[in-house]
Design a protein. Structure first.
Length: 357
């Protein structure tokens, strides 16, 4: 991977705490975190947090964001948007609908929610769509087309951090497509730990990294069910610096900027436990950014050598998983971009994203 710049002209500044587990709410006793956001047809801003009940059982909630003085300050809860109802969303030791991201794709007239369906074989990415942010239609788990050049079937591997680009872009062959970033994991410890996973042809680093896949726009516009059919898989970026030495993953949906596509991502340092279902105690999640090429978003043209935000406050350093900032949504409010992020797998914070001249 060639990076032309090791800096990105943006900063993140904490604004405050947006959401904490509600006292007495059994659906949030193990945290409220890692939210998606979207605006309805009237311009009202909604947040869709991951709500964790006892036993690490997750649902996607829904709430209206309260804005004061142009700043998001709290949330009025409005119930559940998506909860585990399908067989592939239920696991014995852990389960549910987790870590949503929402991309509003205007050319399709829908909000696209990608989420982790944590079922019998571990984390599997899935998609639901909505026209009104109130009712959501499941399209099902993502299906990765087989790629003989990579000699890999991505469907057998766990995958997370799926997020769509907001507009049509060309695939590697120039075909107008909808594209999504995702993070395959070469790891069978969720279901069959004794198996040794193969890596894609040409890949020598087994650390979880960001990939991109495509769906031809004409196929989706003919039948939105095709939005789950991913092809044209390409590696985008892997761990490059000390603060992301263990793994990286995409954050919110990429946003168009003068330099290309701005992608916030998380990076993890420390040591991961070999036990898939064990709460990690020696990790540190920080937030950085990269710029992807407008013409070819599988190409990274700039990247932060140091984090834009790393855990330092009490809410970020103590929680279900301590030392975590995990960006998952960006919204523009009054001309200012605000980033919504998970804090120590327990709460939700807000930071301002500013361009640097």
């Amino acid at each position: 991977m060639s990076i032309t710049k090791t800096s990105v002209p943006y900063t993140m500044t904490r604004v405050g705490l947006l959401m904490s587990p509600e006292k007495g709410n059994e659906l949030e006793v193990e945290g409220v975190l890692n939210p998606a956001t979207a605006r309805d047809e009237h311009g009202s801003l909604y947040v869709f947090p991951r709500m964790v009940a006892a036993g690490n059982r997750s649902r996607v909630g829904r709430g209206r964001v309260v804005i004061e003085g142009g700043v998001p300050v709290s949330v009025d809860r409005e119930g559940i948007a998506l909860e585990p109802e399908r067989s592939w969303e239920h696991g014995l030791r852990h389960g549910g609908t987790e870590d949503p991201r929402i991309t509003t794709i205007e050319s399709l007239g829908v909000h696209v929610m990608t989420y982790v369906a944590f079922g019998p074989t571990g984390p599997r990415p899935a998609i639901a769509v909505s026209k009104n942010l109130d009712t959501w239609e499941r399209l099902g788990p993502i299906l990765f087309d087989y790629d003989d050049d990579l000699d890999i079937d991505l469907n057998i591997y766990p995958n997370k951090d799926v997020v769509f680009f907001p507009s049509v872009i060309p695939d590697p062959n120039g075909v107008p497509s909808y594209a999504a970033l995702h993070r395959p994991m070469w790891d069978f410890s969720f279901s069959k730990r004794q198996e040794v996973p193969a890596l894609p042809a040409g890949v020598t680093d087994d650390r979880p990294s960001i990939w991109i896949s495509y769906v031809p726009a004409v196929d989706v516009e003919n039948d939105i069910q095709n939005l789950v059919r991913f092809g044209g898989h390409r590696f985008v970026a892997g761990p490059a610096f000390a603060w992301e030495a263990v793994k990286i993953g995409a954050g919110p949906a990429p946003i168009p900027v003068d330099e290309g596509w701005l992608l916030l991502h998380h990076g993890v340092s420390g040591t991961m436990s070999a036990e898939a279902f064990e709460v990690q105690s020696d990790v540190r999640y920080s937030a950085g950014a990269m710029i992807l090429s407008r013409e070819n978003p599988s190409q990274v043209i700039a990247r932060t050598e140091l984090p834009l935000l790393e855990p330092s406050t009490a809410e970020e350093t103590r929680g279900i998983v301590s030392n975590v900032v995990f960006p998952t949504a960006i919204e523009k409010i009054g001309g200012v971009h605000y980033v919504f992020y998970g804090m120590a797998d327990s709460k939700i914070g807000v930071a301002r994203l500013d361009a640097v001249d």
